[in-house]
Ligand binder design. Structure first.
Ligand code: NDP
Length: 612
């Protein structure tokens, strides 16, 4: 087992996450399971850092003195030396030239200050760690990142300007005059860390306030329209269904079953089985803990359903009251969204979602104001992402299968129904088996928990994603074995792309030094994270979406070609993922700037190779 390099209490230089700046920090503890040091910055912030993000003060100072002679850019810059973290403390005598130099410094801009800091703290002669690709730095070693970034900083003004924009560094003239940016009392430059507190959401998505307002009505209306259509003998688009009587939509017993289901899943979630893992660092640097026991919950759920079936419980009750179940789930998700919004009003600023903090009620209500709402250790968003809705989808599919057998008096389900059930079961089991991967998705890291996710997880997923099975009950479709085999192959191809792409990225994000990923190349970014440019992520920019869309097609094909309704899922899903991809690109461009542009040049297609 590798031993720790820095002792508790030791004063070292720690990199500020998401930046290339090093500050003086004190080691307070070490987690030898996660191999992370807890360090305390001078402003009191405590963060967990990897060993590679920490340097000893002595090596730091040593590099500084080396740098003045080993690099032309540094040799000429005595200013840089005076701005290093190792500069003399107040009280030490200064030479006349040093005083003059300091006076001159005051006239310089803060950009220069920060860049000088970067030059000094990041110089590390490890150029042989880097490789070149098309003239751009590309690396298979994470440690080379800092050096490469340094090279970028030393390029002409335009490059410097871009870097400054990326880190939101402002020129001194933008600051209040009296503000002391560079204090002699300190042993390091007190640049206020960026990214610490989320700012207001300025760029509104989903059509802004009007768009989100309309979606709050449009999404439930779409679900009810689809379900009503599916019940019709002829579900052609132009054959609009008659509206049901209002009182037929509500049944207290059905609502009770929904509540029971939700709380049963909550109990399974709370069981102390399965490992506890840390999520990605929040903007404050803190990491939340999550229990990974979704797969166990699924086994327990399957056992509970098995017991119900053994005691002759008629599961097709779900089919008979399908619309009422959808209405109950929608009412529940709306109540949950209101609760989430009300509680988010009291949440501290740093716990608000980067994308749901616009200050507009309707927008924040829809997109989710609070990033990770928790009741104690119970994480509401994480729980809803994979449990009640996703497992509910599987149970609904099973109910449809049993309903088909009962209604059509079959001894075995139809081949189409078996395919739809098996493919979607595989998808859900995969999601639960790889539950940890959800922690790196946009839903968890970027989107708040509001109506969009509450309705999506608890209503849209179980009631719209089961549309093919629901359709097959009322519209039996016969397919031949060769057709079934071809559809199965298509689903397997989609699944393989989806799974391997997601695993590749997830493993890389969790441990870039993983030996299994040693053959992959990546573009380093200023945040310290890399962007994979070989493997699946070098094929298209969202290979996981490609695999998901191929699977979506395979789920619809068993329903034949009589109606477009069962293809709603694949059509909607393409729209969803194209939109999601655009959102993600936008966020990545903001996060990674130049590096993302390079990645896009290297991997020109977004989802579909040679098409889009
Ligand atoms: P992704 O899992 O695709 O994650 C996108 C993030 O990956 C980016 O923000 C970036 O985050 C990182 N990334 C992007 N490019 C690279 C690269 N080259 N190298 C390394 N990291 C990179 O996003 P989603 O959350 O949208 O999707 C997760 C899965 O869920 C997908 O398989 C998707 O198909 C599926 N999904 C399914 C839905 C459904 O309803 N069935 C709905 C939505 C998604 P960073 O750099 O910050 O790590």
């Amino acid at each position: 087992m590798p031993s720790r390099k820095f002792a508790d209490g030791e004063v070292v230089m720690g990199r500020w996450p998401g930046s290339v700046l090093y500050y003086e920090v004190q080691v307070t503890s070490y987690d030898d399971v996660a191999h992370l040091y807890t360090v305390k910055y001078k402003d009191g912030t405590e963060l967990a850092l990897k060993e590679s993000d920490i340097r000893s003060q002595s090596s730091f100072k040593h590099r500084k003195s080396q740098s003045s002679s080993s690099s032309p850019s540094r040799r000429s810059s005595s200013r840089s030396r005076s701005r290093s973290p190792g500069r003399p403390a107040k009280g030490r005598r200064r030479s006349a030239s040093q005083s003059r130099e300091h006076k001159d410094d005051k006239k310089k801009t803060i950009q220069e200050t920060n860049l000088a800091l970067l030059v000094l703290v990041l110089f590390k002669p490890s150029e042989n760690n880097t490789k070149r690709y098309n003239g751009e730095p590309e690396s298979t070693e994470k440690n080379a990142t800092s050096c490469i970034i340094l090279e970028q900083k030393l390029k002409p003004d335009l490059e410097i300007k871009r870097v400054l924009e990326q880190y939101s560094l402002r020129s001194r003239k933008d600051e209040k005059k009296k503000e002391e940016i560079y204090s002699e009392k300190k042993t390091f430059v007190a640049v206020k860390p960026v990214e610490k507190v989320p700012t207001k959401t300025k760029e509104l998505e989903f059509g802004g306030r009007i768009g989100t307002f309309m979606l709050i009505f449009l999404l439930p209306a779409t679900v009810f329209y689809l379900l009503l259509m599916c019940k019709q003998d002829d579900p052609s688009l132009l054959n609009l269904p008659p509206l049901p009587a209002l009182e037929s939509l509500w049944d207290g017993r059905v609502f009770g079953v929904c509540l029971l289901w939700f709380f049963l899943q909550a109990v399974f979630y709370l069981l102390p089985v399965g490992k506890v893992v840390e999520g990605l660092p929040l903007s404050s640097g803190r990491k939340l803990q999550y229990r990974i026991n979704g797969f166990y919950a699924f086994i327990l759920t399957a056992a509970a359903i098995g017991v119900l079936l053994y005691f002759q419980f008629e599961l097709h009750y779900l089919y008979d009251h399908f619309m009422q179940f959808a209405v109950s789930a929608a009412v529940f998700s709306m109540a949950l969204s209101i609760y989430l919004y009300v509680r988010s009003l009291k949440a501290p600023e740093e716990e608000l979602a980067p994308g749901g903090n616009s200050g507009y009620f309707i927008y924040d209500f829809f997109t989710g104001h609070e990033l990770n709402p928790r009741i104690g250790n119970f994480d509401l968003k994480y729980f809803c992402e994979l449990r009640p809705g996703l497992m509910g989808w599987v149970v609904i599919n099973l109910a449809m299968l049993l309903a088909e057998m009962k209604i059509h008096n079959l001894s075995v389900p139809s081949l189409s129904m078996i395919l739809v059930n098996s493919f979607q079961l595989l998808y859900v089991v995969d999601a639960l088996w790889n539950e940890e991967a959800v922690l790196t998705t946009m839903d968890i890291t970027h989107d708040g928990f509001g109506f969009m996710l509450a309705f999506g997880d608890l209503v849209w997923v179980p009631f719209v994603y089961s549309l093919q099975a629901f359709y097959l009950v009322g519209h039996p479709t016969t397919i031949t074995w060769p057709v079934a085999a071809a559809i199965t192959v298509l689903n397997c191809i989609g699944y393989y792309i989806f799974r391997s792409a997601n695993s590749q990225k997830n493993n890389f994000r969790r441990n870039p030094a993983d030996p299994k990923l040693a053959n992959l190349k990546f573009i380093p970014t200023a945040t310290g994270k890399g962007l994979l440019v070989t493997g699946w992520w070098g094929f298209v920019r969202h290979p996981n979406y490609l695999g998901d869309i191929i699977m979506a097609l395979a789920w619809s094909l068993p329903c034949g070609f009589n109606h477009i309704l069962p293809y709603f899922y694949v059509i909607y899903f393409i729209c969803l993922l194209v939109h999601r991809e655009a959102r993600d690109e936008h966020h990545c461009k903001q996060k990674y700037g130049l590096a993302w542009e390079r990645y896009c040049q290297r991997v020109p297609y977004r989802i579909f190779p040679y098409i889009y």
